[in-house]
Ligand binder design. Structure first.
Ligand code: CP
Length: 338
């Protein structure tokens, strides 16, 4: 895969060498992501950040990643604040905004919309999530996190047993992660969801065709005992026809410390793409797990900055120049990443 000048729209663009290259660059950039070093390698460059759906992690971490490489960020966060609300086409919007930016990240509720925008853009476009379709940078940061977490227990991604729990129908992070994991060897996928929110068949067919074992279940406790990773997801309320319809599925699978202690192996890693829905009728990942050392959710969010820095450095072809424009930090840094 040639990263330079490329759009990142789908995980289908990646093979294992390309994933390894992203992880290698992420490892190289970790001191910058952790504020131990500063680089100005992208000084003068502009990221156009266009999030037409709510976002905390993806929007802010893409912005931080660009800032940490020395670039500047211009944010647009609502469709109604753009001239799309006055009838301007995606084509015209993409042509205009790509004249103001060196790279663009975009999130939109419609599947395929980011690819449509990218086809008219004059600069690389990264998919920050398009409807229920894909979330490529989330899958890369999840896989990077999985690799680090299981390495701490002497394992690697090959032969992984992962339980994916919750709304597997609409969860784009799950869709992209399943496709990336399918590039590895001998994965056991344990899919735990209500039948109505099962992973779409074409994903399962692809996983089986790649030689992986897929088990489907609608029961949490009896299905998680042998998993290395529990990947919990929120009911994606915004994709349902109505909030009432979504509420039928909230709270069906709740992982908490007592279930974890009774049913899981001691070092089972707990992940979630976040946001978790902490409201009483949902609460799929209980706050009583917050002190569990195997809860990796905030290591995932930290890794999101590192992975997104790596994508920018590769796409804008500055990997070999990062250190040339670097210095030590000159402000107080705490121990948050230690
Ligand atoms: N994981 C994720 O996409 O989070 P945000 O919706 O907050 O960006």
């Amino acid at each position: 895969m040639n990263f330079v000048g490329s759009h990142i729209l789908s995980v289908s663009q990646f093979d294992r060498p390309a994933i390894e290259r992203v992880f290698e660059v992420a490892d190289q950039l970790e001191p910058y992501a952790k504020r131990q070093r500063v680089t100005r390698v992208l000084e003068g460059a502009i990221l156009g950040s266009m999030f037409f759906e709510p976002s905390t992690r993806t929007r802010v971490s893409f912005g931080c990643a660009f800032n940490l490489l020395g670039g500047e960020v211009r944010e647009t966060t609502e469709m109604k604040s753009t001239s799309i609300a006055k009838g301007e086409s995606f084509f015209d919007t993409a042509r205009v905004l790509s004249g103001y930016s060196d790279v663009i990240v975009m999130r939109h509720e419609i599947e395929g919309s980011v690819a449509e925008f990218a086809s008219a853009s004059r600069v690389p476009v990264l998919n920050g999530g398009d409807g229920a379709n894909e979330h490529p940078s989330q899958a890369l940061l999840d896989l990077y996190t999985i690799r680090k977490e299981v390495a701490a227990h002497g394992k690697n991604i090959d032969n992984l047993r992962i339980a994916l729990i919750g709304d597997l129908k609409y969860g784009r992070a799950v869709h992209s992660l399943c496709r990336l994991l399918s590039l590895y060897n001998n994965i056991e996928f344990i899919l735990i969801s209500p039948p109505e929110l099962a992973l779409p068949a074409h994903y399962i067919d692809g996983m089986r065709a790649a030689g992986h074992r897929v088990i489907e279940s609608s029961e949490l406790q009896s299905s998680i005992g042998k998993a290395d990773i529990l990947y919990v997801t929120r009911t994606q309320e915004e994709r349902f026809p109505s909030p009432e319809e979504a509420s039928k599925y909230k709270g069906l699978f709740r992982l908490n410390q007592s279930i974890y202690t009774e049913y899981c192996e001691p070092n089972t890693v707990i992940m979630h793409p976040l946001p978790r829905d902490s409201r009483g009728n949902a609460n799929e990942l209980d706050n009583d797990l917050n002190e569990n050392p195997n809860l990796a959710i905030f290591r995932q969010t930290d890794n999101g900055v590192t992975i997104r820095m790596a994508l920018f450095a590769l796409i804008l072809d500055v990997v070999n120049d990062v250190d040339k424009y670097a210095r030590d930090v000159n402000w107080y840094t705490d121990k948050r990443f230690k």
